[in-house]
Design a protein around this ligand. Sequence first.
Ligand code: GTP
Ligand code: MG
Length: 195
Amino acid sequence: ILLVHTRFELSAYRAQDLPPCTVPEIVFSGRSNVGKSSMLNKLANQKNLARVSSVPGKTVSVNFYRCDRPGDFRLVDLPGYGYAKAARAEKIKWSSLVESYLVGRPAVLAVQLVDSRRSLTADDADMLRYFREQSIPFVVTMTKMDKLNVTEQAARLAAFPPETGVEDARIIPFSARTGLGVDALTAAIAAALPG
Ligand code: GTP
Ligand code: MG
C-alpha cells in the first residue's frame, strides 16, 4: 500500500501557519461531509489518521499529512466548503485560507470529491475550473458509492461525467466503506508523483 507510512504533520488555521511547499503535494477538495477524511484514512489504511465526523463543517483547518516512504510528499486535506449553516464570517475565513493555500502552490494532483448521490454543485464546478485553469492535474471521485444500490450506481455513473463539464475528466467511483476505488486512486496518486 503506497500510503501506509502517512502520518499527521500539521494543521494550519491561518494563512501565516501554512508551511512552505517543499515537497510534492496531493490536495483533497470537496464539500463538507463528502468523505475527505474517510478517504484519507482508507488510502493510508489507518483508522484514525484524519478525524471523521458525522457533523458537517467540523474541519476548519488545512491539514497536512506527510508520507516519506516511498519518496517524500504530502497529502493536503482542505476544509470542506458549502456548509450552509456556517456563519458568513466563517465562510470568508474559509475562502481566504483556502485561497492562500491554493495560490502559487501547484499540487501535483488534485482529488476532487463529489457525493455520488448528488449532482455537482456550483462550488464543485468552481474547484474543477480552478484546477484546469492552473493546469493542475485532477481526478474526480464519486464518494459513498456503497449507499447506492446497483441500479442507482449505474444511473449515477452514466449521468455524472457530463455534469462535470470536463470532457475527459478522470472519474473514480469510491467507497471508504467497501474499498471500491482505493486501488485506482492509489495508482493515480503514484503516477502523479515525480520519479
Ligand atoms: P469535513 O471534514 O466536515 O469537511 O467532512 P469530510 O469530507 O472529511 O467527511 P468525513 O470523512 O468526516 O465523513 C462524513 C460522514 O460520511 C461520516 O459520517 C462518515 O462515516 C461518512 N462516510 C464517509 N465516507 C463514506 C463512505 O464511503 N460510505 C459511507 N456509507 N459513509 C461514508
Ligand atoms: Mg474532514
